[in-house]
Ligand binder design. Structure first.
Ligand SMILES: Cc1cc2nc3c(=O)[nH]c(=O)nc-3n(C[C@H](O)[C@H](O)[C@H](O)COP(=O)(O)OP(=O)(O)OC[C@H]3O[C@@H](n4cnc5c(N)ncnc54)[C@H](O)[C@@H]3O)c2cc1C
Length: 392
């Protein structure tokens, strides 16, 4: 009998899973439906560039309909509001509902505010194209306002979080703000850029000399680092730090943490700190008809620690989940998931970067790292037939 496969989420994990399922199962064997909140597949790893105005929206926001063309995958745009795990059904915000035999949860993660007072209400997040557009419009508005008011808080831009997204964002700000200032008759000398991180280091996944290299590169372009000092509160236009420092700013972007997707956390499958627990085949540890891909699940390393959520991991999970769904429907053996992580690259603005590549962790810095980062995006776009986004 034809199986009904529903894939929730059209990000890295969901898209790769859908494409993989279709390479193994014909429309006669399985009806595949993808549900996604937006009509586009968003290149989340490039959002910092959109936020700073260094890339156009169509380069990071690809119509899912085009990416799924001729794949015989039904696309439903909308927000899933609840999952009936026992009954095998999805309910949408619109009131529509859908039944499944096999469900893939690939819903990503959400920003974690750790209960810090005022943070959620007064900061920007960077998780979607809409977020990035909001930040960019605000950036320009703040510069315009500074020109009129001379208020130093209008010219102060603060990023919270020294992981990949925070460091990449402050790097883009450092490169793009001089041009924005020039266009609005403001001196870049008046701009204050801060990166705040609770831990004593930034980019903890990279060796210390690359972390130091990232700091000196960004400091040379005007970024001030406050490390080892947690944010404890945010109200109106003031960020408070644990050491008593208060920074007056009209712009605080919080990239300091992610947490599991609430729909996954609350649907009744086994979770750990809000992220789904999986068996070696990427099935839910408690419900084998549910497969997982990406940030909404937790995959354990053999050292007992979870792998950090990343696009690379989400894509590999999507591929293996898709293969295992096909195997289970065809009565074949499923294969265990073993991530093959090939390094981490962080851009530091337009022309600089740091990172490691390959199993031996070869280190890269400067334009070579920056080019590798761009090349990995092109390789990904090519793998999903999305190169058109770079040509428009
Ligand atoms: C600014 C930034 C830079 C980053 N840089 C890197 C990097 O350089 N390298 C790296 O490896 N990782 C990076 N990451 C992390 C990476 O982007 C994530 O790990 C990756 O996006 C996870 O993929 P996913 O498929 O799990 O989720 P996503 O790509 O977030 O996709 C989830 C999808 O589910 C949809 N969705 C969610 N809830 C619902 C709902 N209720 N109903 C319908 N649809 C829903 C969303 O709209 C979205 O399309 C970065 C993240 C950020 C924010």
């Amino acid at each position: 009998m034809r199986k009904r496969i529903v894939i929730l989420g059209g990000g890295y994990g969901g898209l790769i899973c859908a494409r993989t399922v279709r390479t193994h199962l014909s429309p006669q064997q399985a009806a595949v439906t993808m549900i996604n909140r937006h009509p586009t597949h968003q290149i989340v790893t490039e959002l910092h560039r959109l936020a700073a105005g260094n890339v156009s929206q169509h380069a990071v926001s690809l119509p899912l309909e085009r990416l799924l063309k001729r794949k015989e995958i039904a696309l439903q745009i909308g927000t899933a509001s609840s999952i009936d795990i026992q009954g095998g059904g999805i309910r949408m915000d619109s009131g529509d509902s859908l039944e499944y035999d096999v469900l893939v949860l690939a819903l990503g993660s959400e920003t974690n505010y750790f209960g810090i007072p005022g943070l959620q209400e007064n900061s920007f997040s960077l998780k979607s194209v809409a977020d990035a557009n909001r930040i960019h419009a605000h950036l320009v508005q703040q510069i315009r306002q500074f020109k009129l008011t001379g208020d130093r808080s209008d010219a102060t831009f603060v990023v919270g979080g020294g992981g990949l997204s925070g460091v990449e964002l402050i790097g883009e700000f450092a490169d793009e703000l001089p041009g924005i200032c020039r266009r609005h008759g403001v001196s870049f000398e008046d701009i204050r850029l801060y990166l705040i991180e609770a831990m004593p280091t930034i980019l903890p996944m990279l060796p210390p000399h690359l972390m130091q290299r990232a700091i000196s590169s960004l400091e040379a372009r005007g970024v001030r680092f406050i490390l080892g000092c947690p944010v404890i509160g945010m109200r109106d236009r003031a960020v408070s730090l644990k050491d008593g420092t208060v920074i007056q700013t009209g712009t605080f972007v919080w990239t300091g943490g992610v947490k599991g997707n609430p729909l996954v956390a609350g649907c009744g499958i086994e979770v750990e700190r809000g992220r789904a627990k999986v068996n070696p085949f990427l099935q839910s540890a408690s419900h084998p008809s549910v497969f997982l891909a990406g940030d909404c699940a937790v995959v354990m390393h053999y050292n007992g620690k979870p792998y950090p959520p990343s696009a690379q991991l989400a894509m590999q999970m999507g591929r293996r989940a898709g293969e295992n769904i096909a195997a289970s429907i065809q009565g074949k053996r499923m294969k265990a998931f073993h991530p093959q992580l090939t390094g981490t690259l962080a851009s530091l603005g337009r022309k600089d970067g740091v990172g490691t590549i390959g199993k031996r962790g070869i280190t890269l810095k400067g334009p070579a790292a920056s080019m590798m980062k761009k090349a990995s995006n092109v390789r990904y776009l090519s793998s999903i037939n999305g190169l058109f986004s770079l040509l428009q």
